[in-house]
Every structure is written in structure tokens, then in C-alpha cells.
Write a protein that binds this ligand. Structure first.
Ligand SMILES: Nc1ncnc2c1ncn2[C@@H]1O[C@H](COP(=O)(O)OP(=O)(O)OP(=O)(O)O)[C@@H](O)[C@H]1O
Length: 335
């Protein structure tokens, strides 16, 4: 496994004492795989991404049985080695690219910085400068920007949101990372821009075998290349498995609700079909329910749901529910 996360727990402070906002989350990303982590706003996707990247500020406590990248433990390795892995092998793109690009530097300066010295073959500084300039142009072409001159001279605030996201992707792929973490990279984008960005990521995934961990708020905005899906609710994993199987036959009521309400599914339904939706909103960190955190919103919840369900495995499909939907899972779930 390229990324192996086992029982990741992220604890924050509240007026009522410490709270495990992320509660024993496990998932993995294989080499060359696209894995989508789907959960409503506030489910903890950004906290998980930041914990992997080592970006969380010290008021959060991160514990895990495993937080491994390529067999190496990110939590216990020396800071310098972690920085090297984050700088070279793992890259991240964010929801609002303009706020992560440096407002005071041109695109050329920022992309030039993203190119590693070790990727330049020229010896002298003047020829290295030329080589870097050529590499920036090549990077822009690779992310589909043909008008390279105008864009290179631009500052981030002069770019459209789609163009800014392409620059962020160009910067992330400059040193060919093995894993790209994409935290809701197309939220708030027009559907046509979203498709362009996903096509771009899909191309890099296919041509460089780059693994992608994509964070998304709903099933309607996951990459079509997603091989595995993990459903996260209020810091707990509800279900995880091969995308096709999980979409066809979800075991968890949360997956069913998110799947049915996605635009993709709706477009395939007969008019006036009943869609299972979840009423209410996910709870704030200070008011997390005990047991299965979905309980208060779950259409299938019963008394037993105040205890946390064990994670069960059926083939390569994992789910945490006392009352799963699928008949094979039901047999297993009867504890
Ligand atoms: N800086 C912070 N201070 C206090 N609480 C925070 C902070 N960042 C996150 N949280 C809390 O942690 C929980 C998870 O938040 P997180 O931002 O990781 O969710 P998310 O799934 O990424 O949401 P979104 O899709 O809206 O970005 C939420 O309850 C949120 O209120």
C-alpha cells in the first residue's frame, strides 16, 4: 500500500474537555489508485488530509496505529525526512486555489520554485534560469494552458478560479508526486470547469500512475476514475469498498442516502421516485452523539445504535452498521 491509515484519531479541545473529532479512521490508497473520501461538510476530510501532510496545528493531537507512506511511519520519522516526503512524493491541492497561491508572486515565479533543482540538467545559473523558464511553459501546456505568456506574467488574483486551480495542479505535479491529495478541488466551480479539472487529474493518473486521494462532499463530484470509495460521517467511517460494488449495493444507510441524492443518480430516476435523504445536518464537534454518530439522522436507527458498531468486512467491503441494508451483510451484522 502506498498510503496506509489505521485507526487514525484526531483529538481537539472543547469546553467539555478533549473530543475525538476523528474517531479511529482506517483506509488505504494503493499505488496508482484513485480513492475518493466522501462526506458532508464538517465530516473531517480536511482534518484527515492535514494530519497526513503534517499541517495540523499543535492544539490537535494525532494518534494512529499506522500512518504509513510507502511502508514508512509518517508520525515517528524525523521531521526532515517527513518534509522531504511531503515536498517530493506527496502533494496537495485545495478547494480555494487563490488563497493558497502567493498573491505577491507571478505564476512564473511560483511554478519556477516548484521545479526541483535536481530536475535541471544545466550547470550554470543563467542556463538553469532558461531551462526553468522552458519547464514552466511545458508545465502550463501540460495542464491545458496554451496562452502561457499571459498566464506566466499574471498574479493569482488576475486568474479565473479554473485557471488558478490548473496552476495549483501544475505546481503540485511539477516534481511528479506519487500521491496527490485533492481536498475538494472543484467545489464551487461550474460543472464544465469541474469536468476540465477532473479530466486533467485523470490524465496524470493514467500517464504517471499517480495515486489520488480525492476529498469530496457528495457523490456527484467524485472522479469517474475512483476505484475505491470511503464514506465519512462526523469523523467516523461508515463504509468503504470498491466503488462499483458500493454504488450498486450499498451496505450503509448513509451511503444509500448520499448515492440517491447525487445528481448523477437523480438523472437516472423515474420522475417522482422516492429518494431516501437524510434530514438535518451533521452535528458540531461539541455535540457529537455517542455510539454511531449518524444515529440521530439515520432512518434505520434503533436503540442499539447508541453503541459504536464494529467495523465488519465482507470481501473487500468494510462497513460499520448494526443494521446494514444488504442481505449478505445483514447475516454478518446480527450480533
Ligand atoms: N480550526 C478549527 N477550529 C475548531 N474546529 C475545527 C477547526 N477545523 C475543523 N474543525 C472541526 O472539525 C470538524 C471537521 O472539520 P473539517 O474541516 O475537517 O471537515 P470537512 O469534512 O473538511 O468539511 P468541509 O467539506 O466543509 O471542508 C468539524 O466539526 C469542524 O467544526
Amino acid at each position: 500500500m502506498l498510503l496506509d491509515v489505521r485507526n487514525l484519531t484526531i483529538t481537539g479541545d472543547s469546553d467539555h474537555g478533549p473530543i475525538d473529532v476523528i474517531d479511529r479512521v482506517s483506509f488505504s490508497v494503493a499505488e496508482g489508485e484513485v480513492h475518493s473520501l466522501v462526506g458532508e461538510s464538517g465530516s473531517g476530510k480536511s482534518l484527515i488530509a492535514s494530519a497526513i501532510m503534517g499541517f495540523l496545528d499543535p492544539r490537535w493531537t494525532v494518534r494512529a496505529d499506522r500512518l504509513w507512506f510507502d511502508g514508512k511511519d509518517l508520525l515517528s520519522m524525523p521531521a526532515a525526512e517527513r518534509r522531504r516526503i511531503i515536498g517530493v512524493d506527496i502533494a496537495m491541492i485545495f478547494q480555494d486555489p487563490r488563497s493558497y497561491l502567493d498573491p505577491n508572486d507571478t505564476v512564473e515565479a511560483q511554478l519556477g520554485e516548484a521545479i526541483l533543482d535536481s530536475d535541471l540538467s544545466s550547470k550554470h545559473w543563467w542556463s538553469r534560469r532558461k531551462e526553468r523558464h522552458k519547464k514552466v511553459i511545458k508545465l502550463l501546456h501540460r495542464v491545458g494552458i496554451k496562452e502561457h505568456q499571459a498566464v506566466m506574467e499574471s498574479f493569482p488574483f488576475e486568474l479565473s478560479e479554473g485557471a488558478a486551480q490548473k496552476i495549483m495542479i501544475a505546481s503540485a505535479i511539477a516534481h511528479r508526486p506519487r500521491l496527490l491529495i485533492a481536498d475538494e478541488p472543484t467545489t464551487a466551480m461550474e460543472p464544465s470547469t469541474r469536468q476540465q479539472i477532473y479530466r486533467l487529474l485523470g490524465r496524470f493518473h493514467a500517464s504517471h500512475k499517480m495515486s489520488i486521494l480525492l476529498m469530496s462532499q457528495d457523490m456527484g463530484t467524485i472522479m469517474p476514475e475512483s476505484e475505491r470509495l470511503t464514506l465519512l460521517y462526523s469523523g467516523q467511517i461508515m463504509e468503504s469498498g470498491p466503488a462499483q460494488a458500493l454504488l450498486k449495493e450499498p451496505f450503509h444507510p448513509y451511503t444509500e442516502a448520499l448515492t440517491s441524492t447525487s445528481l448523477y443518480q437523480q438523472s437516472r430516476c423515474e420522475p417522482k421516485t422516492h429518494l431516501p435523504t437524510l434530514t438535518g445536518a451533521s452535528p458540531p464537534m461539541q455535540h457529537l452523539p455517542i455510539g454511531c454518530r449518524l444515529g440521530p439522522r439515520c432512518p434505520n436507527a434503533r436503540r442499539k445504535c447508541v453503541t459504536t458498531p464494529q467495523t465488519r468486512k465482507l470481501r473487500s467491503h468494510f462497513y460499520a452498521c448494526h443494521y446494514p441494508l444488504n442481505s449478505a451483510a445483514k447475516v454478518q451484522g446480527n450480533d
